[in-house]
Write a protein that binds this ligand. Structure first.
Ligand SMILES: [Mn+2]
Length: 334
């Protein structure tokens, strides 16, 4: 349970005793994770000016995050041998995504806090949890924290949070009401939405473009009643390919691929499919499949993934079978 730190508010350590903190993103940190971590670091700096904060990005960052880190520079490490007074895990979802930091958390004397918009997993080793599953981004949760603590959001943190929200909400298209309210307040704090759009634009990544086009080339179409299910096999960028297949018009996209002895299956569905069928990909497909095949997985209602040791073909077939159980018999379309 939570160590008695004498304070019930974030960061849950008295300011005078808080000398070192690590804000830990999920593996391969995306824009929401990194920018939320950046804003949390600023918040800790405001609350405990004597604290040295670093951002940890286990396994590195995405190409876009790398670009963003030039606009939002912060001392960043992948691993560390140090122990910290405070650990804040942000946007992580599955604890496995903490990489080398997972064991570090378990062995540490420091206070461990989770700030997230993914559902909390049972058995996770946090002392304090700040989770809002209704938020479309971790950045919204961080913004709410500033609000609750009555700390003024300074312009650079406001810009970071705005970009985190926009990144995780398809440029606000799927933003929650709380997310939209946060955006207005962040603009009042000096965040610039035109700048945010420009900064979030990424250079095309040749590997990603190739994966998406190959994914389209290898596309298989099935129907379950009126639902269109698209599947494909690619060695990398499975999530990007699945999202592209949704843009092309599929209701459900399942994309599998093997690399480094592991099969990764990513899936996306439309909001329409979720609304009409109540099929939650994170729990009902990815979570369920990782139980059936061995592995780990989870995610959101319309975006989820799992990894497993079985081959890509077997994983894809098994996932399709699961889709059939939930949506009705699948028929191949020529
Ligand atoms: Mn996120």
């Amino acid at each position: 349970m939570a160590p008695d730190t004498g304070t019930s508010k974030f960061p849950f350590v008295e300011a005078e005793k808080l000398k070192s903190a690590a804000v830990v993103c999920h593996r391969n940190a995306d824009a929401d994770a990194y920018l939320s971590a950046y804003a949390i670091s600023k918040l800790i700096g405001d609350l405990a000016p004597g604290c040295q904060v670093l951002v940890a990005t286990p396994g590195g960052v995405t190409t876009l995050t790398k670009k963003l880190s030039a606009s939002f520079p912060h001392r960043t490490v992948e691993d560390s041998d140090d122990d910290f007074d405070l650990y804040v895990a942000v946007d992580v979802g599955d604890e496995e995504l903490l990489g080398s930091w997972k064991d570090k958390f378990r062995g540490s004397r420091g206070v461990k806090v989770l700030v997230d918009h993914h559902p909390l997993r049972e058995g996770a080793a946090y002392d304090r949890v700040i989770v809002d599953e209704g938020a479309t981004s971790a950045a919204e949760v961080v913004f709410a924290l500033y609000h609750e603590l009555e700390v003024e959001v300074r312009r650079d943190a406001a810009q970071a949070l705005l970009e985190g929200i926009m990144f995780d909400s398809s440029h606000l298209a799927i933003a929650s009401p709380g997310g939209l309210r946060a955006v207005v307040e962040l603009m009042d704090s000096g965040a610039d939405v035109v700048l945010a759009r420009r900064e979030l634009r990424s250079e095309p990544d040749y590997g990603e473009v190739l994966a998406k086009l190959k994914g389209a080339q290898r596309l298989k179409i099935r129907k379950a009643g009126d639902w269109v299910v698209a599947t494909s096999l690619v060695g990398s960028f499975q999530a990007h390919v699945a999202r592209s297949l949704i843009y092309l018009g599929a209701d459900l996209a399942i994309v599998a691929g093997e690399s480094e002895g592991e099969t990764r299956v990513s899936m996306r569905s439309t909001q329409r499919l979720l609304d009409r069928t109540q099929v939650q990909l994170g729990t009902m497909v990815a979570g369920e499949m990782s139980k059936r095949l061995g592995g780990r997985g989870g995610g959101h209602a319309t975006a989820a993934s799992y990894s497993t040791a079985v081959g890509e073909q077997e994983a894809l077939e098994a996932t399709l079978k699961r889709a059939g159980e939930l949506l009705g018999d699948l028929k191949e379309v020529d």
